[in-house]
Ligand binder design. Structure first.
Ligand code: ZN
Length: 288
């Protein structure tokens, strides 16, 4: 019965199409740490498209038409939020109505940059915040693909447990830093969430964006202030270390050391590796 065989073939094809359609939740992401969080939450049920370029610079990134073409068919587009993506409003307008934008950091409490009216947008620098953000992401993923709620929830719980473990490690190790060494001097203001969580005081020489020259007009006053604060090290960004910071460190006779503050880790080893690198580096220079 060739007619019947044809119908069965057609039915099987339709089933195949249906499976391909609902088998995975397609997610596009504007930051590698968000991609990692989505993969950890969704496991085999998600397909994550990383839009952030391999050698990209967070504060200079602006997705191109080609990047957005790679996001075609995504049900969710993940952004850090908190002003990290100044282009987000325009981007929203150019996306199809079927793609929902999730500002994954939106529920993390704001932390002010001391002495300014600005909030530090670098919320990912504590595992506590990553855990909070993973709940926001979970809610968006479940809304987009409710059939996988149980799997997504299990993935988020494992992720959250890992963040709890990292948080305990950080508290234990950072407790060895003496009271008079608790200023964390960096280039751009990226460690205010970190400092608030771990009882340290952020000092940012350049302001929020790395390209900003900041207030270097009064170099003598800055040097005096850093001496007064018993500065032992100036922490630079691992993939961008302005010459100015080295000049200041040389003047003070102290070292510089790189942290991963923008969450862009060149070795692509993920959040745990990045966070432990920061803890190791800070303890090496500030702990007894
Ligand atoms: Zn930054």
């Amino acid at each position: 019965m060739p007619g019947m065989r044809k119908i069965i073939c057609l039915l099987l094809m339709m089933l195949g199409i249906a499976a391909a359609d609902t088998g995975t939740l397609r997610i596009a992401s504007l930051h590698p740490l968000l991609s990692e969080m989505a993969r950890a939450t969704g496991g085999a049920r998600v397909e994550v498209v990383d839009l952030f370029p391999a050698n990209g610079e967070l504060h200079g990134f602006n997705p191109t038409g080609r990047d957005l073409a790679a996001a075609a068919g995504a049900r969710l587009l993940l952004a850090c939020g908190k002003g990290v993506e100044p282009y987000l409003a325009d981007l929203r307008d150019s996306l199809p109505a079927t793609t929902g934008v999730v500002e994954v950091g939106k529920d993390v409490p704001d932390v002010r940059v001391p002495g300014t009216y600005f909030f530090d947008p670098h919320w990912w620098n504590t595992p506590e915040n990553m855990k909070r953000a993973s709940r926001t992401l979970l809610a968006a993923m479940v809304q987009a693909a409710p059939q996988y709620e149980a799997e997504f929830t299990a993935g988020q719980q494992t992720y959250a447990a890992n963040m709890d473990r990292l948080s305990r490690t950080a508290r234990q190790r950072l407790s060895r830093i003496p009271r008079d060494a608790r200023y964390l001097v960096t280039g751009h203001a990226a460690m205010c969430h970190f400092c608030k969580a771990y009882n340290m005081k952020p000092v940012a020489i350049q302001g929020i964006a790395k390209e900003s020259e900041g207030d270097t007009a009064t170099l003598a006053a800055l040097l005096a202030d850093l001496r007064y604060k018993n500065t032992r090290c100036i922490f630079t960004e691992v993939n961008a270390s302005p010459r100015m910071l080295q000049v200041i460190a040389d003047q003070l006779g102290i070292p510089t050391a790189p942290l991963v503050m923008d969450g862009i880790y060149p070795k692509a080893q993920g959040y745990e590796s990045m966070f432990l690198h920061n803890i190791d580096t800070i303890c090496k220079h500030l702990a007894k």
